[in-house]
Ligand binder design. Structure first.
Ligand code: AMP
Ligand code: MG
Length: 410
């Protein structure tokens, strides 16, 4: 049996980062940047005012108070968006708005609240030191500074900075098209009523959603019957349209499991047992150049196997820098038991209480217990060599999300 780490390394070795596309900056949320980007100019690009007020020579305000205001002649006005070609000399001031360029000669801003004025003169009622309320050019970033490095998933903050620097369109890796093919004679669509012995196909919905959450573009096929010809046909069609094909079910060696025979006919296949629970069997193959990953059919296994193998693969294809979930230490709220040999992934709810993270198993851990995915915030690792965990023991948890709260607890 392979360890999860070894199996994942093989999966990651079989996929490559996809080519790049250019996207308008406003549409690039979540995409991974394809290159390091450096500042083409300083930010702010010019000295500008942080306040509405008067641009002055700081030394002209020395000793000014409401009782002894200093009277300065108003030589002009600079609004945001204007070039600001007024010149401020000794004994004079220019009216200025927030974001407007500081005029030549001026070296400080007096906020309007500390002045009184008529059309021609302003009375300064407070002293300001040199540079006060001026945002100097390059205060934030100098020309040539590294802005965002390649592999960063662009969030609102990164996108806004890149927009400030004129990077639209922006070059990112394209998301993989992920074909999803579930197999099973017993499956009917979620909209349909199952007949005797049939069940609704939930894995298509699970995988489609997981792919989307991982930043891929799902192509979901109709459930395929347990039949070699039908399986081959769909796998082949999927491999033509997709960057990677992911299947569910039919990977055992039962009489009606056709994933392996289909792959043997269409391309190549590698099948492993991975020392994990749930999700022991994993199939890695290829149809032509297109990688193929076959996951077991059990609804919980799908989630766990997807997490361990498909999500990192999608993230590599997308060009993301980090491929794996963050891990936190959490205190277990219930005891757990198992036999040694396999790494168990325990679905847990996370709660942060009095400065400590707690992990509570979400219920039965059988690979068919779908309700254990409700309220699940991540997977606690019950390591292969371990057999017992006590309440209060510290476990490693792969975090899917931190739960939102109803109220601000502070
Ligand atoms: P298999 O890996 O094909 O042997 O399937 C294992 C178990 O998962 C069986 O109980 C199947 O009925 C169930 N299963 C397989 N595919 C799906 C699916 N798409 N939706 C829900 N359950 C499934
Ligand atoms: Mg099956």
């Amino acid at each position: 049996m392979l360890s999860v780490t070894e199996a994942r390394a093989r999966v990651l070795g079989a996929v490559r980062t996809l080519d790049t596309i250019k996207l308008p900056i406003a549409e690039a949320i979540g995409a991974a940047l394809a290159e390091d980007l450096h500042a083409p100019h300083a930010l702010p690009p010019f000295d500008n005012s942080a306040m509405d007020g008067y641009a002055v020579i700081a030394s002209d305000t020395k000793g000014a108070t409401p009782g002894h205001p200093h009277r300065l002649r108003i030589v002009g006005e600079v609004r945001a968006g204007e070039p600001g070609d007024v010149v401020v000399g000794p004994g004079s001031a220019a009216r200025i708005m927030t974001g407007a360029p500081v005029p030549q000669g001026a070296d400080a801003i007096v906020p309007v609240e500390q002045t009184r004025s008529d059309d021609s003169f302003v009375e300064i009622e407070a002293a300001v030191e040199l540079g006060r309320h001026v945002r100097p050019a390059g205060d934030d970033l100098k020309q040539g500074d590294l802005l965002v490095c390649r592999g960063t998933e662009l969030g609102a903050g990164e996108l806004a900075l890149l927009a400030s620097m004129g990077f639209s369109p922006v070059t990112v890796h394209r998301p993989p098209r992920v074909a999803i093919v579930v197999t099973g004679d017993e499956l009917v669509a979620p909209e349909d009523a199952p007949g005797p012995g049939q069940i609704r196909d939930s894995n298509s919905v699970a995988l489609g959603s997981l792919v989307r959450e991982a930043g891929g573009a799902p192509l979901v096929y109709r459930a395929v019957a347990d039949d070699l010809e039908a399986t081959c046909q769909t796998f082949e069609a999927a491999s033509v349209r997709a960057d990677i094909v992911v299947s569910s079910g039919g990977v055992a060696v039962g009489k009606y499991d056709f994933v392996k025979p289909a792959l043997e006919r269409l391309g190549r296949i590698d099948m492993w047992k991975v020392a994990m629970q749930p999700g022991k069997p994993v199939v890695l193959g290829a149809i032509g150049e297109i990688p193929f990953l076959g996951l077991p059919g059990n609804p919980v296994s799908i989630h766990v196997s997807f997490e361990q193998f498909v999500r990192p693969a999608i993230r590599k294809m997308r060009g993301c820098r980090g491929l794996l979930r963050p891990i936190v230490k959490a205190r277990l709220t219930d005891p757990l038991e198992k036999s040694p040999g396999r790494l168990h992934f325990v679905r847990v709810r996370l709660e942060y209480l009095d400065g400590e993270m707690f992990a509570s198993p979400t219920g039965g851990q059988g690979s068919h217990i779908q309700s254990s995915l409700i309220g699940c915030d991540g997977l606690a690792r019950f390591y292969a060599h371990e057999t017992q965990l006590q309440m209060g023991d510290i476990v490693d948890v792969e975090v899917w999300r931190f739960p939102e709260v109803l109220d601000d607890p502070s």
